[in-house]
Design a protein around this ligand. Structure first.
Ligand SMILES: Nc1nc2c(ncn2[C@@H]2O[C@H](COP(=O)(O)OP(=O)(O)O)[C@@H](O)[C@H]2O)c(=O)[nH]1
Ligand SMILES: [Mg+2]
Length: 284
């Protein structure tokens, strides 16, 4: 996506047409690139409108070429849209810090929970994982296996069917041990089913996590936006992790979810292995 955007910008700079015509051309190219990357159409429309308005209204400061100023506008609007200019803050500010993961089934929550645990363990934190997924029979086993692999303790009990109770127990268990970070892995059914959202709401109300992170599957494209909206209405989403960003050109759909929640993308998952996690960099 970035390479195509660069190409469109180069074309804009090299254009011999009038400024207004070159802006129009560029915006059309930009729209094509974003739509192809599966960014939501309304998001693309609003972005184009803002860029066009600023491009025609703003006077560049003395000595700055209008076309150079336009590039600054484009850069600003794109970074604003996709989560700020700098890398997101991922440091734990308060201890113990309770991080709850939500998302639909198969989005990558359990894998991401382990990835995050390893990420923070490597930063020197004492991390505990809680399995609050009482829906999938093998959920506890899956997390337990991942926990063993990375040397992180997992709290869970496959016999308990009350996810809120499990989450509360797990949190107090690790709090009692003086851990810095407790990551809660939750259940996900298919789609934004009411029951799931209700369950997430209940856990969030009782556990009061410091942060709720939505895990989105990068390959779902356009479905990311309604999904993010539905979760955000049930529990305020504080951050986003985009899983499975490896091997898809459709990551733009998940980027649209940022607009729906107002939350920033903090991490991306780039493979099935627990080590394949990166802090999201909005500039790449
Ligand atoms: N390629 C790839 N696969 C992933 C990534 N994250 C998760 N997966 C795979 O996606 C599938 C579902 O993941 P899981 O963590 O069980 O999802 P959950 O149902 O939300 O807990 C598994 O097969 C994972 O190995 C990722 O970043 N890249
Ligand atoms: Mg899971």
């Amino acid at each position: 996506m970035l390479e195509e955007l660069r190409k469109a910008l180069r074309k804009f700079i090299g254009s011999t047409k009038s400024y207004e015509r070159a802006v129009d051309d560029f915006i059309r190219d930009l729209q094509r690139v974003l739509i192809r990357a599966d960014v939501n159409v309304r998001v693309v429309f609003n972005l184009s409108k803002r860029i066009r308005e600023r491009a025609l209204k703003e006077e560049p400061p003395p000595g700055v070429l209008r076309r150079d100023w336009f590039i600054k506008i484009v850069y600003e609007e794109l970074t604003k849209l996709f989560g700020g200019e700098k890398e997101p803050k991922v440091d734990i500010e308060k201890k113990p810090y309770i991080l709850m993961l939500v998302g639909i089934q198969g989005s990558g929550k359990t894998t991401s929970a382990a990835k995050l645990a390893l990420f923070y363990k490597r930063k020197g934190h004492r991390v505990g994982l809680v399995c609050a997924d009482t829906f999938r029979p093998a959920a506890y086993e899956q997390l337990k296996q991942l926990g063993n692999k990375i040397g992180v303790e997992v709290y869970g009990n496959p016999r308990i069917k009350d996810s809120t109770k499990l989450a509360l127990e797990g949190v107090s268990y690790f709090k009692g041990k003086g851990y810095d970070l407790v990551i809660i892995d939750t259940a996900g059914r298919h789609k934004e089913e009411k029951g799931l959202l209700e369950e997430m709401k209940q856990i969030a109300e009782k556990v009061k996590p410091n942060e709720i992170m939505l895990v989105l599957d990068a390959t779902i494209g356009q479905q990311a936006l309604p999904q993010a909206k539905a979760f955000h209405e049930a529990t305020p989403i504080g951050s986003i992790m985009i899983a499975k960003l490896d091997g898809t050109a459709k990551g733009g759909g998940a980027l649209s979810a940022v607009v729906a929640t107002g939350a920033k993308i903090k991490f991306i998952g780039t493979g099935e292995d627990v080590k394949e996690i990166e802090v999201f960099n909005p500039n790449t």
